[in-house]
Design a protein around this ligand. Structure first.
Ligand code: GAR
Length: 216
């Protein structure tokens, strides 16, 4: 952490930014000892950029269409992020696969939110896949990012029930509501120094967290 007690956060987004908004709101109410120092998007039309500007947060776009390959893009993205000297990088609907070099650069200081109860349903279309699989429970996970996609140690999960009449949309709405609770919560734990991932071991209040914290 930097000299001050405030955790410097860079948030990466690709779209709507409702999770970004939930984090901004919780910082404003004083429940997270952190400051969002920049919001960066790969997509210049991402609505989340407007949300950031409304809250007077610096924004930047590193457009993936302007790069020939993933390695060059991730290098430019890291250069942009590092200008802001973050303590934590928060992926909030950043819809890109990241190179191992990029992930390793931020190991232990980059987290992601994924709309499933990991390790179930890594990747895309998680709500549809949960319904198709006949699951009765679904949910959302916050995890540290490691090089393998959606496979890093899970900090916290929130569970929702799948009802017979749930559609992809109704299920997504339920999951989103939980996302907006658990992402700010996980970020507050990181900002207070309560959760740490030292590249091998995930700890909560200095004790190993062998299983994620589950909110039912
Ligand atoms: C969220 O549902 C998040 O879990 C998902 O993108 C959405 C972004 O919504 N992330 C992933 O699927 C990552 N694999 P938002 O832009 O409204 O925060």
């Amino acid at each position: 952490m930097h000299n001050s007690d405030t955790c410097r956060i860079v948030v990466l987004i690709s779209g709507n930014g409702s999770n970004l908004q939930a984090i901004i709101d919780q910082i404003d109410t004083g429940t997270i000892p952190a400051e969002i120092v920049a919001v960066i998007s790969n997509n210049e039309t991402a609505h989340g950029l407007e949300r950031a500007k409304k809250s007077h947060i610096s924004t930047a776009v590193v457009n993936n269409k302007q790069f020939d390959n993933r390695e060059e893009y991730d290098k430019a993205l890291a250069d942009c992020i590092d200008q802001y000297q973050p303590d934590l990088v928060v992926l909030a609907g950043f819809m890109r696969i990241l190179t191992p070099e990029f992930v390793n650069h931020y190991l232990g200081r980059m987290i992601n939110i994924h709309p499933s109860l990991l390790p179930k349903f890594r990747g895309l279309n998680t709500h549809q896949r949960a319904i198709d699989a006949g699951e009765i429970k679904h949910g959302v996970s916050v995890h540290f990012v490691t090089p393998e996609l959606d496979n890093g140690p899970v900090i916290v999960q929130s569970v929702v029930q799948i009802q017979k009449n749930d559609s992809v949309q109704s299920l997504a709405d339920k999951v989103h509501k939980e996302e907006h609770k658990i992402y700010p919560l996980a970020i507050s734990w990181f900002a207070m120094g309560r959760i740490k991932f030292d590249q091998e071991k995930l700890t909560f209040d200095e004790k190993e967290l062998a299983q994620p914290i589950v909110l039912e």
